[in-house]
Design a protein around this ligand. Structure first.
Ligand code: HEC
Ligand code: HEC
Ligand code: HEC
Ligand code: HEC
Length: 141
């Protein structure tokens, strides 16, 4: 069956548009960090080894980077948590920056659940930090 030339053009235009969008998205996407210094908590800086966690320790991206929520699209596929989760979130957002990582006593949360599970498996010594001061390190003066 012969297609009308304008149909072919429309298809080509679509293919081009998809290609341009893909390149644009790539440009918008931040590079995966090696180490992130997370400085928002006054009790101390968390040195988060992103590369170690995501690759050597094989934590799946989705463990921490959840998909976009209704009414709150992601600007990039792995947008920094802190751009949405702030200290005092404005309604309808409920999850504060702290709650994005752990609850008030650091007994559960994205960063804690796996550490607790790991430490429970290790019979002799604690391997991953679960106490405030082992994650939040006071900077030397
Ligand atoms: C254990 C949790 C965790 C895992 C697993 C993880 N990330 Fe992240 N990622 C983070 C945190 C925390 C940040 C820093 C966010 C901030 O500063 O608010 C981050 C930042 C990033 C950024 C930079 C975002 C920006 O705009 O600055 C990219 C890109 C990224 N991650 C991609 C990935 C990819 C791809 C994977 C899987 C291969 C992955 N991450 C796995 C927690 C994680
Ligand atoms: C584009 C904005 C946005 C980004 C970026 C984002 N979040 Fe969220 N997050 C939300 C929204 C919206 C909710 C829904 C709950 C609410 O209203 O607080 C949520 C909920 C959560 C929750 C509560 C449990 C749940 O699944 O509903 C956790 C934990 C969380 N985010 C962690 C993170 C972490 C860790 C990162 C970065 C790796 C991150 N978020 C990045 C918008 C975002
Ligand atoms: C899927 C499991 C998993 C998740 C989720 C996870 N961790 Fe870890 N974490 C580990 C492992 C494994 C170690 C290494 C323990 C050891 O030394 O044997 C570790 C160690 C650490 C350490 C000690 C220094 C280092 O990197 O060796 C810090 C700090 C840390 N994690 C912070 C975080 C933060 C912050 C988050 C959330 C953004 C997080 N972790 C989420 C598995 C996890
Ligand atoms: C596994 C590591 C880990 C442990 C253990 C931990 N935290 Fe955190 N906490 C984080 C990370 C990562 C953030 C995000 C910091 C940022 O965005 O700069 C955070 C954020 C916070 C914030 C919010 C800062 C803000 O204003 O946005 C507070 C408050 C906080 N933690 C207090 C505590 C307390 C108190 C404890 C002990 C009960 C604790 N944390 C244990 C990793 C940890």
């Amino acid at each position: 069956m012969r297609r009308h030339p304008s149909f072919v053009l429309v298809v080509l235009a679509c293919v081009l548009a998809i290609g341009v969008t893909a390149v644009w998205l790539q440009a918008q996407t931040a590079k995966e960090p090696d180490t992130v210094l997370m400085k928002r908590a006054t009790i101390g800086v968390v040195t988060f080894e992103h590369k170690l966690h995501a690759h050597d320790r094989k934590a799946a991206c989705e463990t921490c980077h959840h998909p976009a929520r209704p009414g709150m699209p992601m600007k990039t596929p792995h947008q920094a948590c802190s751009t949405c989760h702030v200290a005092k979130p404005a309604a309808p957002m409920k999850t504060s920056n702290r709650d994005a990582f752990h609850d008030a006593l650091a007994r559960k949360g994205v960063c804690i659940d796996c550490h607790i599970e790991l430490n429970a498996k290790a019979a002799t010594k604690v391997v991953a930090p679960v106490r405030c001061a082992t994650c939040h390190i006071k900077e030397k003066a």
